[in-house]
Design a protein around this ligand. Structure first.
Ligand code: DQA
Length: 144
């Protein structure tokens, strides 16, 4: 069975409590369950990880990516400034899809910039939790 890494960055442990208008009402657990559910029908295993620390995400990628096949990542605010995460994603050599619950292109100017997206095969933004299902389907097409 192929493995997908599902990674969430800083503050996304607070989903469900954070601004529902922007991020929806689902908790991180709900989103992980939704991805697992979809993944099961496509016969993927999901390894989920969240951290508020950039280095912990890099450690996770370095440890788990050699045994994985694809990545779904919502890097939170790291999206907008983390060259470290860009490098770490590139170094995995795996197809990654960047997901944002909110529409980062219709918010503050600094959010429109994604440092990490060029290390990904696609970016999905503004579709709330449905973006994760789309990301998985994209990865599935890419991995077939
Ligand atoms: C986010 C968008 C980021 O700009 C923000 O820092 C987040 C969440 C999203 O899912 O919409 O923490 O990645």
């Amino acid at each position: 069975m192929k493995t997908i890494l599902l990674i969430h960055g800083p503050n996304l442990n607070l989903l469900g409590v954070r601004d529902a208008h922007l991020y929806g009402t689902k908790t991180l657990r709900d989103i992980e369950a939704l991805v697992r559910e979809t993944a099961e029908t496509l016969r993927y295993e999901v390894l989920a990880f969240q951290s508020n620390h950039e280095g912990a995400i890099v450690d996770f990628l370095q440890k788990e990516s050699p045994k994985a096949d694809g990545i779904i990542i919502n890097p939170g605010a790291l999206t907008h400034y983390s060259y470290t995460l860009y490098d770490a994603l590139r170094d995995t050599k795996l197809p990654a899809v960047e997901v944002h619950l909110s529409d980062i292109n219709s918010r503050e100017a600094w959010r429109r910039v994604s440092i990490t997206a060029p290390a990904c095969i696609a970016q999905i933004s503004g579709k709330k939790e449905a973006g994760y299902v789309e990301a998985l389907e994209l990865l599935h097409k890419n991995l077939r």
